[in-house]
Design a protein around this ligand. Structure first.
Ligand code: SF4
Ligand code: SF4
Length: 287
């Protein structure tokens, strides 16, 4: 009798920070259920072999990224774009900001490095993707959901639904608290306490990892199902409506904070909607 072979998967890392790989390594269950064939962080193989599932992290930032991507997808049955960089450009996409691009482009004579593409782009600008797994990084549980079958993974529609903090009608801050607001009440919604939390418009699945211990959600899982097929303006307006209803904070203050460089570091899902012509992903393909 021959034993059934476990499904094989590989991890292709493009331009990113390796946070997705570290999160995957925390998903200890995969060890028994999958055969990890390629992941440069932990295996010494040089090329992606034939696999059942190819997880792709990082954005397409250089000609080397693009070459590796095109070679790897030929050898995989199912393609999963993992994390914000692969889906939206992410951290590498910050280089698309004009001031950062100028800095990069002044270094174009560095022949020993891969040639930078004019702009960072998400993986599905170049290859067809079967499943998108957003998060910065996705949690180990989300990785398991992507590998074992999204149909078995049950997530709430928004981070708010997973958060469990109480929203109070009579506690309306007049201004944003800022990042050094002092002690955070463990029971009450962070918006009531003046924090710029965007969990009401962000897709669930992370089990409110940040907000439960008291850090505002910065939207790393991207827009919720209600918003995912709309443009970035719809997401921004949805956040602003929540703050208009729950606080007395002037709309301009919220708008300015949402577009500030500090927050756009995290709300970088906006990158792929902002004028690149990238169509929104169908929600059925997003875990
Ligand atoms: S807005 Fe933020 S803190 Fe408030 S319930 Fe939603 S996720 Fe929790
Ligand atoms: S709470 Fe928000 S920022 Fe934190 S992991 Fe979840 S979606 Fe990402």
């Amino acid at each position: 009798m021959t034993l059934k072979q476990p499904p094989r998967f590989a991890v292709l890392q493009l331009s990113g920070c390796a946070g997705c790989e570290v999160s995957l390594l925390n998903a200890s269950e995969w060890i028994d259920q999958f055969d990890l064939a390629f992941m440069p962080l932990v295996t010494s193989a040089y090329d992606v072999p034939e696999v059942d599932v190819l997880l792709i992290s990082g954005g397409v930032r250089s000609d080397e990224d693009l070459h590796n991507l095109r070679q790897a997808v030929k050898r995989a049955k199912k393609i999963v774009a993992v994390g914000t960089c692969a889906i939206s450009g992410g951290v590498a996409n910050l280089g698309n900001r004009d001031e950062v691009r100028r800095l990069f482009m002044s270094q174009t004579e560095r022949h020993d490095l891969p040639r930078l593409l004019p702009k960072s782009q998400p993986v599905d600008s170049f290859v067809e993707v079967d499943l998108f797994l957003p998060g910065c990084p996705p949690t180990p549980e989300l990785f398991m959901g992507a590998l074992l079958g999204p149909e078995d993974f049950v997530a709430s529609k928004t981070v708010c639904q997973e958060c469990g903090r109480k929203k109070l009608k009579d506690m309306k801050p007049a201004h944003l608290t800022g990042s050094r607001g002092g002690e955070v009440d463990p029971e009450i919604c962070l918006i009531n306490q003046g924090y710029l939390c965007v969990g009401s418009s962000t897709r669930g699945g992370c089990r409110a990892l940040c907000t439960r211990p008291g850090h505002p959600c910065v939207g790393c899982r991207g827009p919720s199902d209600l918003l995912i097929e709309k443009d970035s303006q719809a997401w921004l307006e949805s956040i602003q409506r929540v703050f208009a209803a729950m606080t007395d904070i002037p709309a301009e203050e919220i708008h300015e904070a949402l577009l500030s460089p500090q927050l756009s570091l995290f709300l970088f899902q906006f990158s792929d909607y902002a004028g690149t012509g990238q169509p929104p992903r169908p929600k059925e393909k997003v875990l």
